[in-house]
Design a protein around this ligand. Structure first.
Ligand code: TXA
Ligand code: MG
Length: 307
């Protein structure tokens, strides 16, 4: 159910959960210090308690109340990429942030969203935790309709129009004197090299990803997906509008093969369409580069295909 801005503020201040837009994907938001709101988020999504939440703040300065030592390059990264689709995970003063939102870790993930509506909201409510507004394991929501599909028509949603990125923020984690990529996302890893002086790597430690969430099933439609560079005749294809495919195939367009940002913007909508149209099997054209934002594309479709 679409609700106006003032109603969203009112519900959030009462400790309730509201779906809100950001420039990446919709989030399921609650006040970070509302015990009821936070546990409701985990319950609604069916999210494992060991998967921590991102804290959305209105500015860099808001973080200073939670952390007393900031890692090297934190300020430069924030100055360059905030507000925007970058999440930074840093050590915090533990008694300033409820342990339930950080899954008992001594760190917290922070992000300053760039969508003006989201920041205006946070100015009124204070810091908000918000995981992506989808059932745990399913593709994220990039529209009001997607949120309704997962949480029903009565669920309160602040509508935000079309989202700039349509894919989650990139997560950087400071650990062992370096920044690591915890999750690929809307900013390519190469974009950080100039500030850091090195290319941050996707780190997996003792078989465990740095972001607990990367461990779980994710972004997956019910359909069985095949990732391929050669598409059989007569199939359903998540493909590119500037390519031709074998005859008899049905193409669900992801945009053009020269524009990875546009492709990422359409990806979740395309995955959700498979379920809505009850398509049991589909092929994803992965004949695209592997660097830049394409790395995010490959990672998301691999997870969606449960590979
Ligand atoms: O773009 C986004 O980041 C969206 C919008 C709504 O802001 N949010 C989002 O949240 O994608 P969520 O909960 O779906 O994904 C957050 C990821 C999870 O993989 C979680 O494990 C990781 O961030 N994370 C959160 N806190 C962490 C921490 N302290 N250490 C490591 N990973 C953390
Ligand atoms: Mg998510």
């Amino acid at each position: 159910m679409r609700i106006p801005f003032d109603e969203a503020v009112k519900l959030l201040l009462k400790g309730e959960v509201v779906a809100i837009p950001t420039e990446t994907v919709y989030g399921l938001a609650a006040l970070y210090n509302s015990e009821v709101g936070v546990s409701e988020i985990f319950a609604l999504k069916n999210r494992p308690p060991e998967n921590p939440l991102i804290l959305h703040v209105d500015s860099f300065d808001s973080i200073l109340q939670f952390a007393d030592v900031l890692p090297p390059h934190f300020k430069e990264l924030a100055d360059r990429f905030w507000p925007g689709p970058l999440t930074l995970v840093i050590p915090i003063i533990e008694d300033k942030i409820p342990s339930a939102i950080r899954a008992n870790l001594p760190t917290q993930a922070f992000r300053v969203p760039s969508l003006p509506l989201t920041r205006e909201l946070i100015v009124k409510t204070g810091p908000l935790v918000a995981p992506s507004a989808n059932l745990s394991g399913s593709p994220s929501s990039t529209s009001f309709e997607h949120v309704e599909e997962d949480f029903g028509e009565e669920f309160p949603v602040l509508e935000g129009g079309s989202l700039e990125h349509g894919v989650e923020s990139t997560i950087l984690i400071y650990q062992e004197k370096k920044w690591w990529i915890g999750r690929l996302g809307a900013i390519p890893g190469e974009a950080f090299a100039e500030i850091l002086g090195y290319l941050p790597q996707v780190q997996v430690k003792e078989g465990k990803p740095l972001c607990p969430g990367q461990h779980f099933r994710h972004y997956a439609p019910k359909a069985r997906l095949h990732l391929t560079k050669s598409i059989p005749e007569g199939s359903v294809i998540l493909g590119f509008m500037d390519r031709s495919y074998p005859k008899g195939s049905m193409v669900i367009p992801l945009g053009v093969s020269k524009n990875p940002a546009g492709v990422l913007r359409r990806l979740y909508q395309a995955l959700r369409r498979l379920d809505r149209e009850e398509i049991a099997e589909a092929y994803v054209d992965i004949d695209v580069p592997v660097d830049g934002l394409w790395a995010t594309f490959h990672e998301r479709v691999k997870k969606a295909a449960r590979e």
